[in-house]
Design a protein around this ligand. Sequence first.
Ligand code: TYD
Length: 203
Amino acid sequence: MEKGLFITFEGADGCGKTTQLNLLKEYLEQKGYEVVVTREPGGKGLGEKVREILLNYDGEVSDRCESFLFLADRAQNIDVIVNPAIEKGKIVLCDRHTDSSVAYQGYGRGLDIEQINKLNALATNNRKPDLTLVFDVDIETSMQRVGQEKDRMESAGKEFFNRVRNGYLEIAKQEPERIKVVDSTKSIDKVKIDVINIVEGLL
Ligand code: TYD
């Protein structure tokens, strides 16, 4: 591949996107593509340290501070992992990205969505995913999948997750070319086939 591909995986906690990311990685590697996996928050190095704060810090965190930490991590992920891999013609699979800020901090926490869009553009230097997969599942199922051991974000409650889920569906409507919604209540194998069918259209 001359120019790489940037595919992001999105959805509320417990939607099964990480499982599907790993299955797609395997599929693409078997077809001979070079694949780089990253995640937000996280990735590697400094990103993992920011992740640690975002998910485990148990003192007060303001909503705006939370937003900026996710954005700082995003800038690092784009500059250090995503862009260099795409320039080498690799396929980058990223577990969460800009749409998480819109869905969680915007629709979930109630921060201004237009402002988040501007900050996302700044954090990514205008790099946009070629494809975004939103894994959609009802809140009962996702909460069940998350289980009892919840991190700071997962402890936000059912109402919050309803807003996040509806936020994802809303942004998918606004950008139907880039964002594809996948019904993630189906079995892992069936969801995998849906994902492959979508991604094959890009290869
Ligand atoms: P993670 O363990 O990656 O969740 P999951 O396994 O469901 O992907 O934790 C990431 C958490 O951070 C998740 O609750 C979503 C949240 N998040 C935001 O609120 N905003 C963001 O911009 C990002 C990237 C993540």
